[in-house]
Design a protein around this ligand. Sequence first.
Ligand code: PEP
Ligand code: MN
Length: 337
Amino acid sequence: MIIVLKSKTTKEEIAKLVDSIKKLGLKPVKFEGEERVVVHVLGDVKSDVEAHIKSMSCVEKTVRIVKPYKLASKEHHAQTTIVKVGDVSIGNGDFVVIAGPCSAESESQLMQSAEMMKKLGIKIMRASVFKPRTSPYDFQGLGIEGLKLLKKVRDKTGLFMETEVMDVRDVAIASEYVDVLRVGARNMQNYDLLKELGKSNKPVILKRGISAKISEFLMAAEYILYHGNKNVILCERGIRTFETAYRNTLDVGGVAVLKSQTHLPVIVDPSHAAGNRELIPALSKAAVAVGADGLIVEAHPDPEKALSDGEQSLYPEQLADLIKGLKPVCLAVGKKL
Ligand code: PEP
Ligand code: MN
């Protein structure tokens, strides 16, 4: 529920209201606008409690948020959220490309990848060191040694680094080495991990689960927001459908729904949706056109030798062509790339 206060409400009256909400076992969150203050009440607000609050002299009106997700909804937060990664803003209306290899494999592979990014003006590089592989026999990632390499490349190149965390125990250590943490599709409903990320101050890219409904996706984001971290970026990466012509079905409609329902930035991962590098330009253009705030795309200096997802990783020249091809689409919809 949202409480809209009268414009002349004093600080003392606000403090009293906040205090009485806490005493009822609910969580008040205060927002100070230019003209007036609104207080959001999180928790199950019973109708007698609402009536009591409504009767207070400083209260102009109360508004019920009917959606199960509150903090992620536009009703709660009309202004769009802009997540800052260093000097890069995600969600400000422009289009941000994050790119890099599926996995960190070696220092030289990371340095070559970083050179690719630098040449194209890409400022955030992805590379996973903790790998959620379907088979236990596949490459599982470099782990903490990989984090150290990411930091080394970060320090040498000035690029910001993005990596996946799979476990509560990864959050603190990864935060020491990288700039952005990612929750993979398989962990979208790992609630302990989401809570831990809520306590972190690092930007989080939250990927949509393979079979998650949009409401479940937003509830997962709600966990991170509720536990205190406002820097959440949603990522549509394709969902599992009956279709087998590509790896997953990129839910372009889902991106449009997200953009209408939430103030959080939404990016698209065309690589894990396509599973095939040839489809990436088309899916990426669709992402721009539907209103996404950016892309996270896999690219590798030598995809044939990649230890994971080589078949969907762009060659260096393909990444350059992708950026070139996206520019006119961005221009057409008024986004800077
Ligand atoms: C990845 O980004 O490398 C990855 C494993 O993606 P997803 O979690 O979307 O499958
Ligand atoms: Mn991958």
